[in-house]
Design a protein around this ligand. Structure first.
Ligand code: KIV
Length: 282
């Protein structure tokens, strides 16, 4: 049966029914097609693409234009999933007008259903302005990779009462700004449980424990495609790197052994045309 387009009310209905929402990142058309076929409800076109697709050591270098192109491809591959565009570094930090314009690009040019931005209290004005422009916003607190330099690296956040309290304040500020959901990254389970009780919007986890309305992981991590680093919160569900590597090695060997291309891969021309060609060769 074909799935109908997933909306924010559908996500809230899932919570009402006690169903946990599955959420993955994707960066291109074939990835998005597979996630759509698997029934994944939310797809994030994450600025993590800067690392897992482009090989940078942070999310900072990826641009708005690059994010838009990836998001267009994902949208085509996943027509019914709820697609969220991730606002890249410096696309919403300077001022509210910039934030609205860039969020608008995700909706107008890439066909997104919502955007995500990192930060709580300090970006709540931008989140509110984007919501006021009619664009659904997902907040992102805890470990926010765009500010990893300020956080001292990719570290668990909220391990002491003071930072946990700040995080609760962040979640509340985002809720007040009108976001439909808050994602918590790398947060102790106890803290995410308190945050879930502190807000009424949907709460999502990436490394924030099981007691959330939905779970997010990065595509490359769960299929074993990113070989640089695997965070503790990741579970690998497939290991496709050795399968791909095996295929690549076989291809190389067959090219060297002149086994590829085989007869079945060649294009033929008709006898009549062949005769004409032979004439040309004389
Ligand atoms: O870009 C991304 O994939 C993200 C997740 C790590 C939360 O923001």
């Amino acid at each position: 049966m074909e799935r109908k387009k997933i909306t924010i009310p559908d996500l809230y209905k899932m919570r009402e029914k006690g169903e946990v929402i599955s959420w993955l990142t994707a960066y291109d058309f074939p990835m998005a097609q597979l996630e759509e076929q698997a029934g994944i409800e939310i797809i994030l076109v994450g600025d993590s693409g800067s690392m897992v697709v482009y090989g940078n050591d942070s999310t900072l270098p990826i641009t708005m234009d690059t994010m838009i192109e990836h998001t267009k491809a994902v949208r085509k591959g996943a027509p019914t999933a709820f697609v969220i565009g991730d606002m890249p570094f410096m696309s919403y930090h300077k001022n509210v007008d910039d934030a609205i314009a860039n969020a608008g690009r995700f909706m107008k040019e890439a066909g997104c259903d919502a955007i995500k931005l990192e930060g709580g209290v300090r970006i709540a004005d931008k989140a509110k302005a984007i919501v006021d422009a009619g664009i659904p916003v997902m907040g992102h607190i805890g470990l926010t990779p765009q500010s990893s330099a300020m956080l001292g690296g990719f570290k668990v956040q909220g391990k002491d009462a003071e930072t946990a309290r700040n995080m609760i304040a962040d979640a509340r500020a985002l809720e007040k700004a009108g976001v439909f959901g808050v994602l918590m990254e790398c947060v102790p389970t106890k803290v995410s449980q308190i945050i879930k009780k502190s807000v009424s919007v949907l709460v999502f986890s990436i490394g924030a424990g099981p007691d959330c309305d939905g779970q997010l992981l990065i595509f490359h991590d769960i299929v074993g495609l990113y070989q640089c680093f695997t965070p503790k919160f990741v579970k690998q569900y497939a290991n496709i790197a050795p399968i791909i590597l095996d295929g690549l090695k076989k291809y190389r060997q067959e090219v060297r052994d002149k086994k590829f291309p085989g007869k079945e891969h060649e294009f033929k021309i008709s006898e009549a045309e062949l005769k004409k060609l032979e004439e040309l060769e004389k």
